[in-house]
Design a binder for this molecule. Structure first.
Ligand code: AMP
Ligand code: MG
Length: 316
């Protein structure tokens, strides 16, 4: 098991030595290494059993640092960074040669994000290099939102877990790419598309690409627990209550299933609260002695779109 603590200096020391440290962000916990050190980055891929075609997001302390990693930062990307960073938004921009190919899976763009978490921002500000950090879970599994989640699965592969408590947003960042100065959403995430579009105008959304996974967030099966998941509305899920099931419901329990097998994401019907609790709920039910998880689709607006996206990929 890894050491868990709040010691930024220790995290800094380990990262500077080229080791892996799990870091808190507002979205999910990341498995971080010096993004400019090929060898250190390779350890991330090994620890996660992550295929090399799946590029990593690079975390920076500021827009100024982001600009040092890009050969030409699009004006539209800059405007988005100024508006939404620090925050759950990843921008794909042309990369500079200094960013190793292993980080970007050979692509000529790099995914950059400034995370909104006080400990990790302090850490990033104290470092002389940016941090490559995908979610701190084995490839394809549910992302971690607490230090304990990280420890359970990668505890023997990471030197230190920086404890920033439970993640506030709870689902991964929204990813925006640019083609001919035109913004395009490649992954729904913790920044609601309505908030983005209020600033940018209508954005094209392209979420699926199995042949060319620009963002493996784009693979149809991802974020998946081991157990079978059945998705539906309350009414549709009632058809399955004869199964040995646990549920993940939005506001109200599902009649016909024992209350102690049910997780209600947000009794008050708050999509942000639901997003924050979603991944922990999947993990809990994955460990419960049931045969199947019945999961209710949530309203398709705001963070609800990202929640449903994750549920569909988890169920695929
Ligand atoms: P994770 O942090 O595990 O959610 O994964 C990071 C996501 O960002 C992956 O799905 C990547 O495909 C995506 N990503 C990172 N860099 C790039 C890039 N240069 N081009 C396209 N997608 C990227
Ligand atoms: Mg991931």
């Amino acid at each position: 098991m890894a050491e868990i603590g709040k010691d930024i200096h220790r995290a800094k020391q380990l990262l500077t030595e080229g080791q892996l440290v799990a870091i808190p962000t507002e979205t999910v916990y990341g498995l971080a290494a010096n993004a400019l050190n090929d060898k250190a980055v390779l350890e991330i891929f090994k620890a996660k059993s992550r295929p090399h075609f799946d590029p990593l997001i690079v975390h920076v302390a500021s827009l100024a640092q982001a600009e040092t990693l890009s050969s030409s930062f699009p004006e539209k990307a800059k405007a988005l960074a100024q508006k939404f960073w620090p925050g759950p938004l990843t921008l794909l921009v042309p990369k500079k040669e200094t960013v190793p190919d292993i980080v970007t899976s050979g692509l000529n763009t790099v995914g950059l994000r400034c995370p909104d978490h006080v400990l990790t921002l302090q850490l990033l500000q104290s470092l002389s290099f940016p941090l490559a950090a995908p979610s701190a879970n084995p490839f394809g599994y549910v992302s971690p939102t607490t230090p304990q989640h990280v420890n359970e699965q990668l505890g023997d592969k990471v030197a230190y877990i920086l404890d920033g408590g439970e993640c506030r947003v709870g689902i991964e960042s929204t990813i925006v790419g640019f083609e001919n100065e035109q913004g395009m959403v490649l992954r729904l995430g913790g920044l609601a598309i309505e908030n983005l579009e209020a600033f940018t105008g209508p954005l094209h959304v392209q979420l699926h690409s199995n042949s060319n996974p620009h963002a493996p967030g784009q693979l149809q099966s991802h974020y998946a627990p081991g157990k079978k998941i059945i998705l539906g509305t309350q009414a549709q899920l009632r058809a399955y209550t004869h199964l040995h099931a646990g549920t993940i419901m939005f506001q109200h329990a599902l009649p016909g299933v024992a209350p102690n097998q049910q997780i209600i994401l947000s009794p008050g019907g708050d999509l942000e609260e639901a997003a924050q609790h979603l991944f922990a709920a999947l993990r809990t039910l994955d460990k419960t002695a049931i045969d199947v998880i019945l999961a209710e689709l949530v309203p398709e607006h705001g963070l609800g779109r990202a929640i449903n996206d994750r549920l569909r990929r988890a169920a695929y």
